[in-house]
Ligand binder design. Structure first.
Ligand code: GLA
Length: 383
């Protein structure tokens, strides 16, 4: 992302002035999907695509925000009733509000921002935006908020100002990312561990269907509700089960007759997925990428068949990966469109990508986008 580009726009928009520049990345996730809000494990890493924002305190109680990509300008106050209408601005407003709720003394500022995380591709452009502002405002207003709380501020912004009841994975990865490492996070204890990830002889590549389904956020919230319903049913027999992370398939089977078939399927996927992340960690310790890949296919199957967050185009790309002998492939992120993440041997990479592009084009009339994954650093000040 071009810092100079953001700086020149800021200058133009705000009478030649200059502020401080901050950035936060989007993320990938190797495995562990829809496990975060169930207290399970995730395995994300930050990427080399993100948001860059320039910010200057303006001495008023108003935020003046310019989205360079949308060419849209919004002004808003910092009280609860000042919420802007533009959805991009609600992320910034939400971050300010969540910081103020935590006692931070946030005042007015001018800001312009731009990003290169593809929207709706499952790489968390919104978390990148939230993390950028949480990190920046914490620095500029000397709030002394720790990094975990900054991630939680982004998550609370989604919950309270954007209507998505997301887990902590995306904001965590954006704030805590480290070049060359994936991070295993236990979403209940919040313990985490960096895993240097440089699989010799393999590449990670994302194939973007460029499909984004409407109502993804209500479908997402519905999945979360199903998980909570299933956990509550299990808890009646097993009081120690706070979240699905604590449950086993046997416990779930005990309540099969009292929960809906749909809730059962959702919970079955989650319980299996929590285990898959642990299996992948073991496999990585032994450089056993064949097992990592098998688990990724297992995740895709579960997300498609049980969690029902895949779509025709994603399933098509997953089949295409199988056909080309790709080691592992699955839908990445929340689902309902977006990307597959593929672990592919170096010598198969070119043929796979070429076949995926051409066969997708033949079927859907457009090329999928291709992104090579570069695992990068998290939130930071650039200038
Ligand atoms: C979205 C959410 C995350 C997580 C993933 C699915 O990206 O923001 O919290 O639940 O979906 O793993």
């Amino acid at each position: 992302m071009e810092i100079e580009y953001v700086k020149s726009r800021f200058k133009k928009h705000f009478d030649g002035s200059e502020g401080s520049v901050y950035a936060s990345p989007g993320r990938i996730n190797l495995i562990g999907e829809h496990t975060d809000y169930n207290g399970g494990f995730v395995f994300p890493g930050a990427i080399d695509k993100g948001m860059v924002a320039e910010i200057k305190i303006n001495g008023t109680n108003k935020v003046r925000a310019y989205s360079i990509d949308m060419k849209d300008y919004v002004e808003f106050g910092l009280n609860e009733e000042d919420a802007p209408h533009a959805s991009w601005a609600r992320y910034i407003f939400g971050v300010c509000r969540e910081m103020i709720k935590r006692g931070a003394k946030i005042q007015g500022f001018n800001t312009a921002f731009a990003g290169d995380v593809p929207l709706g591709a499952g790489m968390s452009s919104s978390a990148a935006l939230e993390s950028t502002y949480a990190f920046a405002l914490n620095d500029l207003f000397h709030c002394g908020i720790d990094k975990f709380e900054l991630a939680k501020i982004g998550q609370a912004t989604e919950h309270n100002y954007c209507g998505v009841m997301c887990g902590i994975m995306d904001q965590f990865a954006s704030v805590f990312g480290k070049a060359g490492s994936l991070i295993r996070l236990d979403c209940r204890s919040l313990e985490y561990k960096y895993y240097p990830f440089n699989p010799k002889g393999y590449k990670l590549v994302l194939l973007d269907t460029v499909v984004k389904h409407e109502l993804a956020s209500s479908a997402y919230n519905k999945r979360r509700q199903s998980c909570e319903t299933a956990a509550a049913a299990i808890r009646q027999n097993h009081p120690e089960v706070e979240l699905l992370r604590d449950a086993t398939i046997e416990m779930l089977k005990e309540v099969k007759s009292i929960i809906s078939e749909e809730d059962f399927m959702r919970a079955e996927y989650v319980i299996e997925e929590v285990q898959r992340v642990l299996d992948v960690c073991d496999a990585l310790e032994k450089d056993d990428y064949e097992t990592v890949g098998k688990k990724m296919y297992g995740t895709h199957d579960g997300m498609s068949r049980l969690y029902e967050v895949s779509c025709e185009e994603l399933d098509f790309l997953n089949d295409c990966a199988k056909k080309n002998g790709v080691t592992g492939s699955r839908v990445m992120g929340g689902g309902f469109g977006g990307c597959t993440i593929n672990l592919v041997k170096d010598e198969l990479y070119e043929a796979f990508v070429a076949d995926a592009k051409e066969s997708f084009k033949a079927k859907y009339g457009k090329y999928p986008k291709v992104y090579d994954v570069v695992i990068s650093d998290g939130s930071r000040k650039l200038a």
